[in-house]
Structure formats: C-alpha cells, structure tokens
Write a protein that binds this ligand. Structure first.
Ligand SMILES: Cc1cc2nc3c(=O)[nH]c(=O)nc-3n(C[C@H](O)[C@H](O)[C@H](O)COP(=O)(O)OP(=O)(O)OC[C@H]3O[C@@H](n4cnc5c(N)ncnc54)[C@H](O)[C@@H]3O)c2cc1C
Length: 382
C-alpha cells in the first residue's frame, strides 16, 4: 500500500504521463501503474497541435521535443485529376497562439521526455491494473505484479483496451468506422515532386483521397482501403504501387521503407467519472486519425483534469470534478467526434473546391477548429 499517494494513474502512455507530470508540478503525489515492462515504441500519433505545444511548454518538455521535429506552416489540398488546388497558411492563427503551426514528431518521442521529467520511481512498470474498489475515502487498485495501491482518486489513462473503465462500471458507445488504412513510409522528400507541398497534403480524385505527412525521418502516405480487402492484399506491392501511381504519378517508383495497415475505431465512454475514478485519453474517446486529434484531446483532458484535481485535493468542492467530467464528455460528443467524422465523410470530389472557396474569416475558423484551439481549455476550472 502507498498511503501517501493522492492520485493513482493507470497507463504510462502520453496521456497518463502528461497527467502525472502536470499533477507532480502542482505538488500532488502520484503513482503511475503501467501494464507493460517499458514504454510503448509503436509508431502512432504524428501531430502536435498549437494548444498541445502550449501544454508541453507548460510541462517543461517542449524544448527536448523541438529539435529534429518538423514544423508545418501550410496545408495543401489538390485534385490530382483536374490540378485544382487550395492552401491554408496556419500563420493565420498568429494572433491567438504562440505556436501558429503543426509540429510533426513521433508520439514515441514524447513519452520518454515526459517520463524523464517525472521524479524517479513515479511509474511502476509490469503492473497492469486488474481490480478496483472504491469507498468514501479513496480508491484501491490491484495490479498484475501482486501489488495493491490506494489513493484518494484514480484515473484510467489505460487506452482503448484498458481495464479501468469497465472496472469502474462505465459503459462505452463503440462502432468501427467502415474502413482501415494503409500507411506507407518513404524517405523521398515529396516536396520535390509536388509543388506547393509543405508538410501536410491531402490529394483527391473523384472517388478517393490520400494524405501526405512529412515526419522527421520520412513521409507517411495514408490511403483508405476497401472493406473487403485483406490487410495482406492491401500491403502487397502491386496494390501499394497502384495507389501511389494514382495519386503521385511523378513518384510512382518511390522507395517504400515501411508499410502497415491499421483499423480505425470510434468510441466514447458514457461518462468521464464514476465516483473517485476518472478517465482521460483513449480510455474515454477514440476517433478516426484524420486531422490527428485524439492524442491531442487526451493531453487536453490531462491538463484540465490536473488543474481540477489539484483544487479538489486542496479542499474545493467535489462538484468541480463533475463539472470537468461533463465538460470533457461534451467536447468529445459535440466537437471531437463530429469534427473527425466530417473529415472522413466529406465528399472527396468537393473538398478542394470547398477549401478554395473559404473567405479569410472562414479559413481562420477552419484553422482554429483543426488546431483544437477552441477545445483545449474546456473543463479548465475558472
Ligand atoms: C496510426 C495512428 C496514428 C495516430 N495519429 C494521431 C495523431 O497524429 N494525432 C493524435 O492526436 N492522435 C493520433 N493517434 C491516436 C493516438 O495514438 C492515441 O490517441 C494516443 O496513444 C492515446 O494516448 P493514451 O495515453 O490515452 O493511450 P495509450 O497510448 O494507448 O496508452 C495507454 C497505456 O496504458 C497501458 N495499459 C493498458 N491496460 C492497462 C492496465 N490494465 N493497467 C495499466 N496500464 C495499462 C498501455 O500499455 C499503454 O502504455 C493515432 C493513432 C494511430 C493508431
């Protein structure tokens, strides 16, 4: 038992570690329980939006993340069949944020930086949460290594397949998006073959689209695949080459240095809170990856929750936690899910024309929403 811990956190992903650091910096004693023996090295999120860069700066971990990352100032939309183009300069957000751009960096570069900033021993690896009980005074968690931990609050940051949400009796509304995604990596600098491309491009024809993301070591090319196609067939050389040739004929022979297929799920917890147990990150919401919002939203969950828990642990009324939980659930239901849904549902043939037709004000509104500047601080106690 660790009687001095005030907040237990399940999961040492980006959200659990950001929450742990934000609480630690406020003087709250935390312990993170992580199922794995070390941090995940999987290549997942690529995109850090302006309010997330603000949050990482506040946590003191932005400086180690900036060198070697990719600054993206401009987004390109292009029809490959007609040549029509639209572009948006994120500098349009300069009056509202110190970071009017996207930063492309691998998610697995963030988690070591967060871990390094935490006091030694904050994270217990090899300790997956398997049981949870709560009473009027606190929460007790049992872990796979046989250890038992008690604190005043517990937060499930244990991702989409975590245990805490179920153990706390919180439901989820889940449904699969009707697609999976083929991701190809190439060392070729795609700016050499596509004039006007900066670090992010969306290419379209009558029926489909392809996203291009510049990362520090390579470019990611992302294609939706048909529901009936197997992962193996999607990754096959002939299929990969056909997709590249359709959208980037000038680079049809580019070197493919990596490939995978992932399925995209959509899910929302029915609540962010059950008594002394709270949720944040993928444990509470899963979205389509288009627009790169889900990890960012999880870090915003963490920053707003840390501020709220700090107040409540300091004697402010418990209802602040309920207000936080309701506010963050509304962000997911009313903005995050509809926004990411719309990026997939939109008609490819019309998207370039729609972006090209935006007035300067329309562009600014689009850029604020795409950058999550309107969502990040919702739930922050006043
Ligand atoms: C290919 C891909 C691209 C993506 N791109 C973007 C992007 O550009 N931008 C963006 O914002 N998002 C993106 N996402 C989503 C992003 O990766 C997730 O939202 C992010 O990982 C969520 O962080 P998390 O800490 O909530 O959960 P996770 O990263 O899943 O971490 C959860 C942690 O909890 C641990 N755990 C699980 N069960 C237990 C347990 N019982 N007890 C203790 N620990 C447990 C796990 O081992 C893991 O370490 C992408 C996802 C994918 C797959």
């Amino acid at each position: 038992m660790y009687g001095e811990t005030e907040v237990l956190i399940a999961g040492a992903g980006p959200v659990g570690l950001a929450l742990a650091l934000a609480l630690t910096e406020r003087g709250v004693a935390v312990r993170v329980l992580e199922k794995r023996e070390g941090l995940s090295a999987a290549s997942r999120a690529s995109t850090f939006h302006p309010p997330t860069l603000d949050a990482l700066e506040e946590l003191g971990v932005l400086a180690p993340l900036l060198p070697g990352g990719v600054r993206v100032d401009r987004i390109l939309w292009q029809r490959v069949d007609t040549g029509a183009q639209a572009a948006l300069d994120l500098g349009i957000l300069g009056a509202e944020t110190g970071f009017p751009f996207r930063w492309h960096r691998e998610q697995q570069d963030l988690t070591p930086a967060l871990l390094a900033a935490l006091p030694t021993g904050s994270v217990r690896f090899g300790a997956g949460v398997t049981a949870l009980t709560q009473d009027a005074g606190g929460v007790t968690l049992r872990a796979t290594d046989g250890s038992t931990h008690r604190a005043r609050y517990a937060v499930g940051c244990d991702g989409a397949s975590g245990a805490v949400r179920d153990l706390a009796g919180i439901g989820a509304e889940t449904n699969d998006y009707a697609h999976r995604v083929l991701r190809l990596l190439t060392p070729l600098d795609l700016r050499e073959v596509l004039p006007g491309l900066d670090g992010l491009g969306y290419l379209f024809d009558e029926t489909g689209s392809c996203s291009l993301l510049r990362m520090p070591e390579n470019w990611r090319l992302i294609f939706r695949i048909a529901p009936e196609m197997s992962d193996r067939d999607a990754m096959a050389e002939a299929h990969a080459r056909a997709r590249i040739a359709r959208f980037l004929p000038a680079a049809a022979e580019l070197e493919i240095s990596g490939r995978d297929v992932y399925g995209v799920k959509r899910a929302m917890a029915t609540a962010y809170r059950a008594g002394r147990v709270l949720l944040a990150g993928d444990a509470a919401h899963l979205t389509n990856t288009r627009g790169g919002m889900n990890m960012n939203a999880g870090i915003h969950d963490a920053m707003t929750l840390a501020a709220t828990l700090d107040l409540v642990l300091g004697g402010e009324p418990d209802r602040l936690l309920q207000e936080w939980a309701d506010a963050r659930l509304a962000v997911v239901r009313d903005a995050l899910l509809p926004r990411t849904d719309s990026r997939v549902a939109s008609n490819p043939a019309e998207e370039v024309a729609r972006m090209a037709a935006l007035s300067p004000d329309g562009q600014r509104i689009w850029a604020r929403q795409a950058s999550m500047l309107d969502l990040a601080r919702i739930g922050m106690p006043q």
